[in-house]
Ligand binder design. Structure first.
Ligand code: AHR
Length: 704
């Protein structure tokens, strides 16, 4: 795995940098009442309609073992495959490099049933892409003791009542003409929830499909398995009845019934938060550790059984069943706009192709990818998208060139960016191009010989760091024509998912981004997902503090998720002028900070503990005020509003709060911290209110 990035980031960045927070005191710096002043008639900016979105990549079993409906783990038998790193100079981007297997490796995540014997076989490929098959010797099968294979999914297979699952696989046989039983059953085999019989396995590869429907009388569970077995041991006495299997799949009902689609409960959580765009496919995942491990989009389109898959930089195999068409399908599911990150000739292990003719194939790849997303059926790649099930071109406005290219210290990014920028603008002048070198890393080279439309800035912070920087954009230079896309950010407190402290840091930061929506055009939290089944680093979680957690059966939103949800639901369409006086502060002492390799002396910071933003819904005139009290004590504050005739005495408050900052949600306690909406009275053009400890309050005020 990419050492500099992932090791450093595996820990909270604050800790990785040797930063430890100490609270000398949670003191109010001023005794005077905090005042938040709003000029309702002074519009700072139109709120960008795509302000809030999602960032995603295959990390923490985000798709396979997460959002992607597929329930079978290692369905294409390549989990152990070895993809030898290839240096960029030796690598032909148009060529497919088949994987090899470690000698004698067993089919990972598969087990035998009865007297079956299984092995991996590269001599009987389904096709060039799926060149590793599972060889099943059923010669020990008998009427009373079936032989077969079993798969327990990604830490379980969810079984729910009255549900129809779609099972499919490719099979061919030798000395075998019996029937196969496909069975959805409990892990110990004692309960069979549904079964189907498949016959007709021949000497040629063929696809077999069936449905498995569960009854009403069962409790949802995940300790289950899919079994394919037979009672026939083969036709000839001295020959072993053998079956080869490939692409063994079990799909539950998917969100909006989209074929090869998404798991319903997780998709519903996303839908409930109304995201407006999807940044994909990374993140590090777009880069890969090496050139032959990048997100090679052309190998992720077409029928799933023709996608070779690849090793993800997050340490596990990806079948690419969740490929470019599925990202688009995901956008379609929630009405999100794609924000497409293209591979830009730089990998996580620092291999790079500088600008010039050798980079050109990758530039062409990006142009073709844009054609796949936006082209009509008369274009080569638009036609492929239509074939893949998406007849209508997608609206695309943003293309990002690479990911975190400030890590490329070879100095090649400016020229690489320019080569992509020129080619994309020449063919698609309407597209806005995002550079991945922002201004959040003063040490990074920030030369841009082409003016990016946006720069992507990433912020992973502790709560104190996030709060301390929550006025940073108010001071940004407005003369810079380049706008900001905060393409990854998170307050990293809590594992696997953030706790209330995380939500407070997040809300302070979102207030900052909202107040500054004239320059911050879009933002998305990262990472989005974590499978919480096996929390050892490198198992189901590679990165802690993730927005949404799940196991095979259930899912939940973290307090940070609910903070985003209520912000997104109360966005308004205009940012109005807001300022504050007498904001309380707390003292934060940073010890042992390391910066540019130098240990810095401890530093005492006075950090604000009350945060705010104000927006308006122009149609109704409603004013939306967000107030975050991160302190452990209630805080009184005045709100003064001018530029309106009057404010109704009654309004509503949506409040996310917790008894303490460690409070959190978890797979077994999914709704511990959730927002509440209440009627409030006593409002007006000037009113005071007490904000509870550790709380995020969104006031909706009706104007007259
Ligand atoms: O969000 C996790 C990782 O953090 C992303 O893949 C990468 O862009 C960043 O370093």
């Amino acid at each position: 795995m990419n050492l500099i990035k992932s090791l450093t980031r595996m820990l909270a960045p604050a800790k990785a940098a040797g930063v430890f927070a100490l609270f000398a005191a949670s003191a109010l710096a001023q005794n005077a009442m905090p005042v938040i002043q709003i000029s309702a008639d002074k519009v700072v900016a139109k709120m960008p309609p795509t302000f809030y979105g999602l960032m995603t990549e295959e990390i923490n079993y985000a798709y396979e073992g997460g959002l992607y409906g597929e329930l079978i783990r290692n369905r294409a038998f390549k989990a152990d495959a070895i993809q030898q790193p290839i240096k960029p100079e030796d690598y032909d981007p148009a060529k497919y490099y088949p994987v090899k297997l470690p000698h004698g490796s067993a089919p990972k995540f598969w087990s035998t049933v009865g007297a079956a014997k299984i092995s991996l076989d590269t001599n009987t490929p389904l096709n060039t892409a799926l060149n590793v098959s599972l060889k099943l010797d059923v010669s020990g099968a008998s009427k009373n003791s079936p032989a077969g294979i079993a798969n327990g999914g990604y830490w379980g297979i969810p079984v729910k009542p009255n549900t129809t699952y779609h099972a499919s696989f490719f099979a061919k046989g030798k000395h075998f003409n019996g029937a196969l039983t496909v069975s959805l059953e409990s892990a110990d085999g004692k309960k069979v929830y549904s079964q189907a019989v498949i016959s007709g396995v021949s000497g040629d590869w063929e696809k077999f499909e069936t449905t498995l429907t569960t009854g009403s009388d069962l409790t949802p569970s995940k300790e289950n398995r899919l079994v394919i077995s037979t009672t026939k041991n083969g036709t000839f006495f001295n020959h072993h009845g053998t079956i080869w299997l490939q692409q063994v799949s079990l799909m539950p009902p998917t969100f909006k019934d989209r074929p090869n689609g998404n798991r319903t409960d997780i998709a519903q959580l996303l839908d409930d938060a109304h995201p407006k765009f999807l940044r994909f496919p990374g993140g590090n995942y777009v880069e890969g550790d090496y050139f032959n491990e990048r997100f090679n989009w052309k190998e992720t389109v077409g029928p799933v059984e023709q996608r070779p898959g690849h090793r993800s930089c997050w340490g596990y195999w990806s079948t690419d069943g969740f490929g470019l068409p599925e990202y688009l399908g995901w956008c379609q599911d929630h009405g999100m706009e794609p924000v497409l990150a293209v591979f830009a000739g730089y990998c996580l292990k620092h291999d790079v192709i500088p600008a010039g003719p050798k980079l050109e194939p990758y530039v062409q790849e990006a142009l073709e990818e844009i054609e796949y997303v936006t082209g009509d059926a008369s274009t080569k790649w638009g036609a492929q998208r239509v074939k893949d099930g998406y007849p209508n071109p997608f609206k695309l406005r943003y293309v990002e060139i690479g990911n975190e290219d400030w890590f490329d210290r070879s100095g090649a990014y400016d020229a690489r960016f320019a080569q992509f920028f020129d080619a994309i603008k020449a063919k698609y002048p309407q597209l806005k191009i995002i550079s991945t070198v922002g201004y959040e890393h003063p040490e990074a080279q920030q030369v841009h010989s082409r003016t990016p439309d946006l720069v992507d800035e990433h912020y992973y912070r502790s709560e104190e760091e996030m709060e301390a920087q929550s006025f940073v954009y108010d001071a940004r230079d407005r003369s810079n024509p380049t706008k900001i896309f905060v393409g990854e950010w998170a307050t990293r407190v809590g594992s696997p998912t953030p706790n209330m402290a995380g939500a407070l840091g997040d809300a302070a930061w979102m207030c900052c981004m909202e107040r500054n929506a004239d320059i911050v055009h879009m933002h998305c939290y990262a990472p989005l997902f974590v499978n919480v089944s096996d929390l050892g680093t490198g198992r189901s979680m590679q990165w802690k503090s993730d927005l949404i957690g799940y196991d095979a059966l259930n899912s939940y939103g973290s307090p940070s998720y609910y903070a985003q949800k209520i912000f997104s639901e109360h966005q308004g369409d205009e940012v109005i002028t807001v300022s504050a006086q007498n904001l309380p502060t707390y003292t934060w002492i940073q010890n042992n900070r390391t910066r540019n390799g130098q240990v810095q002396p401890p530093r005492t910071n006075e950090v604000k503990s009350l945060f705010y933003s104000a927006t308006r819904d122009s149609a109704s005139g409603k004013i939306i005020v967000k107030i975050v009290n991160r302190a452990d004590a209630a805080q009184e504050a005045n709100v003064e509003i001018n530029g309106v005739n009057s404010i109704a005495a009654e309004g509503t408050a949506t409040v996310l709060k917790a008894d303490n900052r460690d409070a959190t949600n978890a797979i077994n306690d999914p709704k511990h911290v959730v927002p509440d909406t209440e009627k409030v009275t006593g409002l007006g053009t000037s009113f005071s209110r007490s904000y509870p400890p550790c709380s995020i309050t969104i006031l909706e005020l009706s104007t007259k």
